[in-house]
Design a protein. Structure first.
Lengths: 719, 66
């Protein structure tokens, strides 16, 4: 950042950034009710990010954390050329961003667009500046200062063994929910889509070919084979169009949601026990490069095309009406629907994982931690724009559950959906729905919930338009679907493995032989348990006639934000320990906000008397329906078993939420306890007294340490 | 000009490899030469295999987000 110089030119440049941001925000504010261009949103966002980075993150670095550029980082201390390597900050930024950016920031903002673009946009901006980026940055910093320890170890170290174990169990359960909800996004996108299913299935032999090439033909030549793989992907998309058009081949790839669910569960199990080099690693390369490419392409596309926002700034669902995409009011549900992109607890696991092992200088943590999260928020903003440039009627027809769009089970789904959505106030004709379906090469786009298809329609419009009509809409739509499905599948595979190791660690407490990762039996058992766990949530979500996204996404959002709250509590304890408690508001404010949002959202989801929101209320409502004997099979519930299943699932979800709420309360208790311990003045006085007593010994000890460190650093630093 | 381009290309390649968990091989060899001159560094192929196992083998925990 050249402008971080204290020179006059720098100050003038920042003044203009501030003015530009204010103009863009003002334009958005003053033109409510009229369509505005997406460029205003993008400009306002970029200005806010720049100012937040330049001023707030610098304040955190200088005043709160007192980052010290002369302090040795773990990358130097433990330099082994492999895990611990001092790395150029720009290269490390790329690594960190690739690790944090996944499907989350693409899906959440699309779902939140039901309130209109404004609430989502404001939360993305405020959330990232004050909470998300702060969390990522401070956790990265704390982990760097503590030998690159992981989040679980840090909590154990700073708050005690019990909170450490609780945090580990919570992380494991969050992982399971994330895997289920991500897999469900894929199922919803591929249901009865032979084109999409074929292209995604095609990546499996493609990745295996790449894996064999990387292992035996030209070992380790990642970039050349990734290029070959990319060409293969494009060929796969084109071939998919042929397959979907062929009456002989299409039926093999035209799968129902349940069939896709079972395929995904079987696939998840097989992929997670295969050797990593065969399938996981090569597909990871493809999906990572495709992800970065698609994000850059989308950004360029928006700037070139400059599309208008068709979604209103705020819809009626922002003012208390129950929206069809997800139910609940703006507060607190907006703040858990957009998790990744604003603040995501899962990043705390990444920021305390591989990145601190490669940080060359702790002053660079600001660019990587804070800057990396700003970048993810930018991705979330582009997803919000992509969902808002398509017609609102189309948006609601795509994202609402079929039970709401077509309650009487009419044969002409498009007509039923357009009538329902127009009735909600978002006028759309059946022709528009069928035309878009034909454009993108699908039989129907009605009720393709889960965010991915909506984003794909938006992305296809942007890229197709920006390239002046190069390629067909259907090609770009399936390109976007493939890009999302590919990295979700990689996450499912890698996540199943990671969860398996976590589970084996936990099972090791019961029986030590289960902990051995080289034992085939323990490996298969733990993998099967993990796959069954997320497979269960996936299956019930897919068969839920009320739309599984409506149930699973809030569960995911609440748990992810709770983890963020816990990570920020850890940061608070560390600030108290550093005697920087007067600056601890930097973490206390976002942590408190997240606790308020997640606890009230959790309370509503568990105990609201409204069956559209509360899990237990829904279960009770259906139970009394069955008990009264008035139940007749209808378009929504086809049998009594379906009702019983929904009752059972709602109870499970309710208990899960209550469990997570208890976890948060327990963690608050341990946080306050640890912070007070560091505040206790008597103890400090006693400590100071003891330190005076030991002063001579301390001096000798320090001198010895300094000599040792000087020796070490001479040996460790490459000259 | 061409030197700068070559440098930029090298950085891009390093960045792309590190994104998928493979750090710079030359840096590793340099490190081995300076600090462990008595050991033979792994060949690039061995180095690559070791890194793939390390990234996905579970020791590093989670390597990606949602």
């Amino acid at each position: 950042m050249t402008a971080s110089s204290s020179g006059a030119t720098g100050k003038i440049a920042w003044f203009f950034v501030a003015i530009l941001g204010a103009i863009a925000l003002g334009y958005i504010a003053l033109n409510r009710g009229e369509t505005i261009n997406a460029m205003w949103i993008l400009t306002a966002a970029v200005c806010v990010y720049l100012i937040g980075y330049r001023y707030y993150s610098l304040y955190i670095a200088d005043k709160v954390l007192k980052a010290d550029g002369t302090r040795m980082t773990p990358a130097f201390r433990h330099n082994d050329g492999l895990d611990y390597v001092p790395t150029n900050k720009v290269i490390l930024f790329g690594h960190h961003f690739a690790a944090i950016a996944g499907a989350g920031p693409l899906v959440g903002p699309v779902l939140a667009a039901q309130l209109g673009y404004l609430p989502g946009m404001l939360w993305l901006l405020a959330g990232v500046i004050l909470a998300g980026a702060v969390q990522d940055y401070i956790v990265l910093f704390v982990s760097t200062r503590r030998d690159a320890r992981s989040l679980g170890e840090l909590i154990k170290m700073e708050m005690g063994t019990v909170p450490g174990i609780i945090a580990l169990i919570a992380c494991f359960m969050i992982m399971i929910i994330i895997l289920a909800v991500l897999a469900m996004v894929v199922v919803k996108a591929l249901t009865h889509s032979p084109w999409g299913t074929f292209t995604v299935a095609f990546t499996i032999p493609l990745a295996i070919f790449m894996g064999i090439y990387l292992r035996f033909i030209r070992p380790g030549r990642i970039l050349e084979i990734s290029l070959v793989g990319f060409v293969g992907l494009i060929a796969g998309i084109m071939l998919g169009g042929q397959v979907a058009a062929s009456p002989t081949w299409a039926p093999y790839f035209d799968l129902s949601g349940v069939a896709l669910t079972w395929s995904l569960i079987a696939y998840g199990f097989i992929a997670a026990v295969l050797p990593v080099w065969l399938l996981l690693a090569p597909r990871d390369y493809l999906s990572t490069f495709l992800k970065i490419g698609a994000i850059v392409g989308l950004a360029i596309g928006i700037v070139l095309l400059m599309p208008d926002m068709k979604m209103p700034a705020m819809t009626k669902y922002a003012f208390g009406d129950h929206g069809p995409v997800w139910t609940g009011s703006l507060f607190p549900f907006l703040f858990i629907t957009i998790a990744c992109g604003a603040v995501s607890g899962f990043h705390a696991l990444i920021s305390s994982g591989t990145t601190p092992k490669m940080l060359a200088n702790e002053k660079e943590a600001r660019l990587i931690g804070y800057g990396g999260m700003l970048m993810e928020s930018f991705v979330g903003m582009m997803a919000l724009i992509s969902a808002s440039i398509i017609d609102p009627g189309v948006y609601f027809a795509m994202n609402s559950p079929l039970a709401a769009l077509n309650p009487s089970g009419l044969a002409d789904v498009a007509a039923a959906a357009s009538a329902t959505v127009s009735n909600w106030g978002f006028v759309v004709t059946p022709d528009v729905l069928t035309n878009i379906a034909a454009d993108v090469g699908e039989k129907s786009i009605v009720s393709r919930a889960g965010g991915a298809p909506t984003l794909a329609v938006g992305m296809a419009q942007i890229i197709h338009g920006a390239l002046g009509g190069l390629g067909s809409m259907s090609f770009w739509y399936h390109f976007a679907i493939l890009f999302e499905a590919l990295f979700i599948l990689t996450s499912v595979d890698a996540g199943t493995r990671a969860a398996r190791f976590m589970l084996q660690d936990l099972l090791g407490l019961i029986n030590p032989t289960l902990k051995r990762t080289d034992s085939l039996f323990a490996n298969l058992l733990a993998t099967a348990l993990v796959v069954m766990a997320w497979g269960y949530f996936l299956y019930v979500g897919v068969v839920d006639p009320l739309g599984g996204i409506n149930t699973l996404w809030p569960l995911f959002g609440i748990t992810n934000q709770m983890l963020a709250g816990i990570a920020l509590m850890l940061c608070t304890v560390v600030l108290f320990k550093k005697k920087e408690q007067m600056y601890a508001w930097v973490t206390i404010v976002p942590s408190t906000w997240l606790v308020i949002c997640t606890m009230s959202a959790g309370w509503y989801k568990a105990f609201s008397s409204d069956p559209a929101i509360g899990f237990f209320a829904k279960a009770n409502q259906l139970s009394s329906l069955l008990a009264s004997g008035n139940f007749k099979p209808n378009a929504v519930f086809k049998s009594q078993e379906a009702v019983e299943r929904v009752i059972f699932n709602n109870q499970i979800d309710g208990f899960l939420i209550v469990f997570f709420m208890i976890v948060v309360v327990v963690m608050i208790f341990f946080t306050v306890q640890a912070a007070l311990r560091h505040l206790n003045p008597i103890k400090i006085r006693r400590l100071k007294f003891l330190m005076h007593l030991c002063l001579p010994t301390r001096k000798i000890f320090y001198a010895a340490q300094c000599i040792k460190q000087a020796h070490n650093s001479r040996g460790l630093l490459p000259s | 000009m061409f030197e700068n381009l070559a440098k930029a290309g090298k950085y891009l390649g390093q960045a792309a490899r590190l994104m998928v968990g493979v750090p710079d091989y030359d840096t590793y060899v340099q490190h081995m030469r300076v600090t462990h001159p008595e050991q033979t560094p792994m060949t690039y192929e061995e180095f690559y295999k070791e890194r793939v196992e390390a990234r996905y083998g579970g020791k590093n925990g989670t390597t990606r987000c949602c």
